[in-house]
Each structure stands twice: as C-alpha cells, then as structure tokens.
Design a protein around this ligand. Sequence first.
Ligand code: NAD
Length: 495
Amino acid sequence: MRELYIDGHWSDATTTTGGRAVLNPYDGSTITTVAEAGPDDVDAAVAAARRAFDTGEWPSTSNRDRAAVLRRVADLLVRDRELLARDESVDTGKTLAEGRIDVDDVTGVFRYYASLVETDSGRAVDTGDPNVVSRVVHEPVGVCSLIAPWNYPLLQMCWKLAPALGAGNTTVVKPSELTPLSTVRLVALLAEAGVPAGVVNLVLGAGSVVGAEMVRHPGVDLVSFTGGLATGRRIMAMAAEGVKKVALELGGKNPNVVFADADFDTAVDYALAAGFFHSGQVCSAGARLLVQDEVYEEFVAEFARRAELIRLGNGLRDETECGPLVSAEHRAKVERYIERTIAEGARLVTGGTRPDEPELADGYFLRPTVFADCTAEMTAVREEVFGPVVTVERFTDEAEAVALANDTDYGLAGAVWTGDASRAQRVAGALRHGTVWINDFHPYVPQAEWGGFGNSGVGRELGPSGLDEYREAKHIYQNINPAPMRWFSGARKEA
Ligand code: NAD
C-alpha cells in the first residue's frame, strides 16, 4: 500500500493498522485496501507543504506558468475521463454517466481558474495624490488543508485544488475515508502535469484522526472543508485556536417551490432529478418540495408514480438510473429518518423500504421515498436526510411559499417553478439561499459562486470568490516624491 503522496514520493502510512478496506456500495465487496495514515503522516505532509511554500518555487511561479500547469491537468483529466468516472462509480455507487459529468465539470473548473489566474494583474488604486502609486496585489495564503466528502470525491476536491494551486498555495489533501480512489488517481495526474514536489501532499484516513490533525496542525494556514454541519462546526472551533482561515461548504435543505402555473410535466420531471439524482446524496438535493394547493394532489400522485419507475442498480450498467447509498451505516441513518417521519405523521406515498430484487440485496439500496402532507416542524423537513427521501409540503400563495422556503437553518440552494416571469424574479430575490434556480434545478457553472447562507457554510467556491478564498490581498503604496511631513514639531530639524 503506497497511497500516501508526501513531498513528491508515494509511501505507505507509518501506522500499523493494516490499512482500510474500500467497499463497493453496490454489493458490499472490497474493491481494494488502502493505506491508513496517522498523525505522524499528517505532520510529514504539512512539513513538506510548509517547505514547498516557504522555500519552493511554486508561490512565486508566474501566474502564466501556473495557469499552464492547470491546463495540463485539464488535458490529463480528459485523457483519464473513463478511469476517473469508473473510480467514482464503484466507490460512491453513482452511475458512470454521473461520474463522467463530474470529470467534465472539474476539467472546466481547472480551465476556468487557469484563465482567471492568467489574466489577474492586481488592481491599480487612484488615491487622488499624484505623488503616490498604489496597487492591490494577490498572494497565496500558505499551506492549505483540503478536506472532501464522499458524495462528490473528485469534484469537491477539485473545486478546492484548482483555485488553491492557481493562487500559488501548497496543500495537504484528504478525501473521505469511504471514497479515496479518484483522489489517489488525481494526485498522480497532478504530478504528471508538473505540479512540483511538496505542493500537493495526499493523506488518507479517518476524519477524527487525520482530518482533525490537518486542522489543528500549527503549520497549516487555511482549512477548506466540504462535509456535514456537525463536522464543520468542530472544524471551525479547532481552527479558531490558530486563527486559521476557514472555508466551509456544509449541507443544505433545499426548497423546490412549484407554483400551479408552472409547466406541470417539466416541473415533475425536474423534481425527480432534484430529489433522487445520486440517490439524494447531493448537498443541493431538492429534498423539500413545496407545491401550490391547486395542483398539490395531482403533483404528489404523478411525482410518486414516476419515482416508482426509477431503475435502481449497478452504476456501471447503462440501464441504471440510481445507485445505492454510500454505506450500510448511512443507509441505516436514512432509515431512521424514514421511521421518524412516519411517527411524526407524514403520509408515506411511496418507498420507505429496501428494494425486493435479489440482485440488489447485498448493496445499500433504498427505494425512492415520497412523504406528503409534511409540515415545516418535522425532523426530515428541518434536517438533511441525504438519501432518496423527498418531503412534500403544501402552500397557498407566494408569501407563504417564500416564508416556508426561508424557514430553514440552511441556505444552500433553492428553485422556483412558475410561468410568471415577474413572480419568478420576485421569489428568487426573496429566497435566502446561495443559489436560486428558476425553472431548472441543479446546474452550476465554474464562473458562478457556489455556497450557502446560514448554516450551509462560510465562504464561496467557484467564480472569482472561489479564488479569493485562497489569496491574501496586499496593498502596496509608494510615495514617489518623499519629503518631510512636519506633523510633529519635535521632528523638525533645527535650522
Ligand atoms: P463528513 O462531515 O462526515 O466528512 C467530510 C470529510 O471530513 C471527510 O473527509 C471526513 O473524513 C472528514 N472529517 C470527519 N470528521 C472530521 C474532523 N473531526 N476533523 C476534520 N475532518 C473530519 O461529511 P460526509 O458525510 O463525508 O459528506 C456529506 C456531507 O457533505 C453532507 O452534509 C453534504 O451536504 C455535505 N456536502 C456539502 C457540499 C456543499 O457544496 N455545500 C457538497 C457536498 C457535500
């Protein structure tokens, strides 16, 4: 096992745990066993990143040359698209088609940040004083710990790595212990693209051990984390001790608001994708459906009917539309939410159980589940279930729809479906969420910021703000005609 990558070398972990088995959630089989790092490995990785930052060439490499490396990474992602998509499918259970979309997405992200970095030359400031030259330049923050979740292992890591590298930082990266495969391949690809030794260091292992050490370590300047709310809170508290910069992309409880004047068929179709794409294990999943009175019953019935038709199976097969949940533990957690939602009085319209098909028996599958007649107080409406479970609430008018959609501790994303363009803009303006889709759900682009209001996080990924997370702004002010100031009388030179 040589899956740790520290200071330009592949190595085994210093721990003697025997590694960690990586399971295929489709059938519970072991794909491989990977190294399990310990605190000493993190220490070595941070030391390598520290050296590469303090004495290496990467932070002072020209923007143009760093952009060229990012573009080479993008080219290699294109070359290895199928391998990466396959890693993602067997590791997370998602379909190969979804894996390919993820690789295409991150290829675009590397290219976008290459262009952004290449065209950045700081900003001249007009101070109003002709004797002053003033400009604001950007510099890398330092050593960045990048910690990613299991639902989008490659995508979430690249949303961090592309801007972090583009800005000239050095990094220690850790994928989720459940899904390390694509990150191991990515790191090899970064080295091939010309990222110097020590600039990207890979450690694998448990969040509570390896991840926590990546946050606590005094050699780390910035922590960027994508994952659950509880972990995010812990990380923010740990990082406070060293006054580290923190970027957090946490969960969501995302309202999908359907007005009666929306195109019925399209709204149902997108509501399915919003709720059940990747078995609902998406931070921006439209797991909270709000439907207007006039079409409520008809919508629930049609939505549930089509949810029953979703084909579950092996993500590697073309006919599969939805894979399993990521692990047995995670499925058990989702099942507890289902039991609780029934106990709290919601109407189970479909799903709620494991599928009967014998070939799915060893995998961590759950049938797409629809709860109707839900209320804003129910646990599954307030908390992130992160599974194939959609709760449906009813509303009467625009004001109630907005109030319900904003009645959440989260604020990552939301959507509004309506045929009324004015209402669409009004509602989009009123929603307290980081992304709002009108008559659509799920698209994001590298050029536009991604992140959350409220408990959905701190900071933004993607877009220009996604680069700024990894840069310090420095103001350089030059007096080009210095002469004595004579502010203090004692400073006057006696004649
Ligand atoms: P998680 O919080 O359990 O783990 C995420 C990562 O943090 C993993 O690599 C894990 O090993 C590590 N970790 C765990 N404990 C840690 C600790 N104490 N210190 C440092 N690192 C630690 O999350 P998950 O279950 O892997 O992912 C699902 C969550 O991620 C969901 O809540 C989802 O909404 C969120 N997510 C958010 C976004 C977004 O863009 N906002 C995107 C994807 C996923």
